[in-house]
Write a protein that binds this ligand. Structure first.
Ligand code: UD1
Ligand code: UDP
Length: 361
């Protein structure tokens, strides 16, 4: 059997590399096709996992639109699928690369395996456009690799036949098992030594504009009034995000950096006090590392972490972000509860379960 993996952004790469490694370890032929929706942020992950792409469509353009990505991925995948003739294509999650790659397979009657299937918020505009992308992929997926029972239930509710759904755990936890190291060191950690380190990320399209302004204003206020807190925000390369993040410039206990490599980010997360984020993947990383997370969004497709108490959904309004951040810093009992919550996203053996399914077909 020939498997082709199609992905193009940082989070897809982090979660797909463990699957590629496991399939190859078992002797399966895997063609690694990158769309290149991301460039630097993708290259870092491929290097960290030691995987050389077979194909790179290199679609990324500065300030690209959703139309640009779709157009370029569709035309690239048209050629790649004809040339490679895979038996099955694996896509991951919910990006525009994921959607356009799955659609390309549907047009050519090629089987699709969807890794991280079944996540839902119920609001097609939040996250935007990811909720649409993942729902659309479900329409054409032959194998749905759901990370949790909740994700499986979402799929069954939409009428996906049970024999097409496999609960595997999330491959993010597989990745974490290989990235976090006891002997890790970094000058950024030296800078934060002796303080409570808060790690923050924010990049979602639906948070552009007013939500970012309110989040950054609240965060700045809390850090400025709390002398033992230092905050590091690796700013996503999206120009919209970089412009908005300037609101945090000029505060001596806030450090804005370029995106961190995945090895650095996972190790810093393992050593921080808490995380603030609108990211999807970090809602999985942090509970596995016993770090509380305040989720800077109004809805999440990862309710399992809310249910176990590892995550708290705080929204994007200034008053709400301020209150939740302040409370978590001040209330030691609440902090201890969140930090000791169970990780619901798997045991780090998801890639093995996915390989078991694929290689039994
Ligand atoms: C994309 C995904 C989002 C995912 C996020 C993870 C879509 C529509 N969005 O959002 O679901 O959560 O990745 O990070 O699929 N850029 C660079 N270098 C890079 C990466 C990005 O310069 O390595 C800049 C470019 O100017 C690019 C812009 O960021 O045009 C936006 O990239 P894009 O992939 O369109 O959106 P993201 O916000 O990264
Ligand atoms: N991450 C990283 N460097 C950073 C910020 C995040 O390596 O500077 C990792 C993070 O640990 C997680 C993944 O990138 O594994 C999440 O990616 P992102 O937040 O860009 O996308 P999302 O998960 O929201 O789609």
């Amino acid at each position: 059997m020939k498997v082709l993996t199609a992905f193009g952004t940082r989070p897809e790469a982090i979660k797909m590399c463990p699957v590629i490694i496991e399939l190859r370890r078992r002797g399966c032929e895997v063609c690694v096709c990158l769309t290149g929706q991301h460039r630097e942020m993708l290259a870092d992950v491929m290097g960290a996992f030691g995987i050389e792409p077979d194909i790179n469509l290199n679609v990324m353009r500065e300030g690209q639109t959703l139309f640009d990505i779709n157009r370029e991925v569709l035309s690239g995948m048209d050629r790649v699928l004809d040339a490679e003739k895979p038996d099955i294509v694996l896509v991951h999650g919910d990006t525009t690369t994921t959607f356009a790659s799955a659609l390309s397979c549907y047009y050519k009657h090629i089987r699709v395996g969807h890794v991280e299937a079944g996540l839902r918020t119920g609001d097609v505009f939040s996250p935007y456009p990811e909720e649409f992308n993942r729902r659309a992929v479900t329409l054409v997926a032959d194998y749905n690799f759901a990370p949790t029972e909740t994700a499986k239930r979402n799929l069954l509710r939409e009428g996906v036949p049970e024999e097409r759904v496999y609960v595997t755990g999330n491959t993010e936890i597989d990745a974490l098992k290989t990235t976090v190291r006891a002997d890790y060191a970094n000058p950024l950690l030296d800078w934060a030594y002796g303080s409570r380190l808060v790690l923050m990320t924010a990049h979602r399209r639906e948070n552009f504009g007013r939500p970012f302004e309110e989040i950054f204003s609240a965060v700045r206020r809390v850090v400025e009034e709390t002398p033992d807190v230092k905050l590091i925000y690796p700013v996503h390369l999206n120009p919209n995000v970089r412009e908005a993040a300037k609101a945090l410039d000029g505060c001596e206990r806030i450090k804005l950096t370029d995106p961190l490599g995945v090895l650095d980010f996972h190790n810093m997360l393992a050593r921080c006090y808490l995380a603030l984020t609108d990211s999807g993947g970090i809602q999985e990383d942090a509970p596995a590392l016993n770090k509380p997370v305040l989720v800077l969004r109004s809805v999440t497709e990862r309710p399992e972490g809310i249910a176990t108490g590892a995550l708290k959904l705080v929204g994007t309004r200034e008053a709400d972000v301020y209150a939740a951040f302040r409370a978590l810093l001040d209330d030691e009992a609440e902090y201890a509860r969140m930090a000791s919550a169970v990780n619901p996203y798997g045991d780090g053996n998801a890639a093995g379960r996915i390989a078991d399914v694929l290689l039994s077909k």
